[in-house]
Design a protein around this ligand. Sequence first.
Ligand code: TYM
Length: 383
Amino acid sequence: MLMAVRKPLFTPWGVEGEIDYDRIIKEFGLEIISDELLSKLSKLAKGLHPLLERKVFFTHRDLPWLLSKIASGEKFFLYTGRGPSEKTHLGHLIPWIVTKWFQEKFKAPLIFQFTDDEKFLFKQDLSLDKVKSLALDNALDVIALGFDEKLTFFLFDTMHADLLYPQALRIAKKVTFNTVKAVFGLNQSSNIGQIFFTSMQAVPAFLPSVILGKNIPCLIPMGLDQDPHFRIARDVLPRLGFYKPACMHSRMLKGLTGSAKMSASKSPNDVLFLDDSLQVAERKIKNAFTGGRETAAVQRSKGGRPEICSIFNYFQYFFASDEELSIIESECRKGLRLCGDCKKQLIEKVLKFLEQHQKAKERAREKLERFFFSSECLRKVLS
Ligand code: TYM
């Protein structure tokens, strides 16, 4: 008898087991970012970010359409976000770094949404006060990355409910419970706030069009796990007379314990928090899962396996130039370097980055309110 094989979970609220990217591309109906598309983007932007060159951002929806709008001189805006359930970790930075690159290259405004409502609804142990304070803390990390304060607009779902809720209702009216069950795996026992939530995440993708009274193209850089929200949004928005947002997805950064997606809900040791003290970060990296062999002797003769190594993953996504990366990879495969060598090299880079980030976060406090959403300022930069 054939047994039903349960597919590993891959939704915004849970990633289980290894990630089968090919299966997800097919199931979600995504397009691969081709070399041809990258070279079009490179022409417009006069260069590419390493996260694009290295195909960490690897799939999209309607990116050619968005690029043609840019090429014809039309204004567009960026949209991305954070669900404040914890302190910010290294994985969150991947979409934000690329978003910042787009902002710098095209002087595009960015709507950044903090879904404190989402995390209150989905995390049993979090109070409303806690998610609101985490949202403000996470916002400081975003500012510390260096987004342009004149072009960046923070929306906090509970604080800006008056602006968001009427638009979320328009989405909610067009999404059935069946759709939400099928797309997110929600069920009869899900609380009713969870069922409604996706309509809140759809709003920033068309809010500027509502405010300006005309359609404005939108590009959403995100980690792949967020795509289900925008499958729904893209289905509904044309029915309300708006453009579908274009989307770009990154692969997930591995966790330090070897999990396929760095995530604080697995274990604090899986995650490098941007607030970790230098000692804690060093300890976590020293204990990280690697692609090393049972003994140093075996590793010297057989070589290591960068493809499964979390340390190599951090070099690939953040902490190595092209030249460094190719040296690390070839020395590892040939057994010329051991995991201790890589860990030492990574610790140096990470500690330097954390030190700089933590200082910048301190300075961000005084700027916070300047980043709060303002319809008037958005209208100015988009008209
Ligand atoms: P959140 O807070 O779970 O994650 C914020 C962003 O970080 C990405 N991400 C990762 N990317 C690579 N590797 C990882 N290990 C990793 N972990 C998280 C997520 O995909 C996300 O892009 N509901 C959203 C907040 C949100 C949002 C948006 C995100 C609101 N509007 C628009 C993207 C676009 C959330 O809880 O994300």
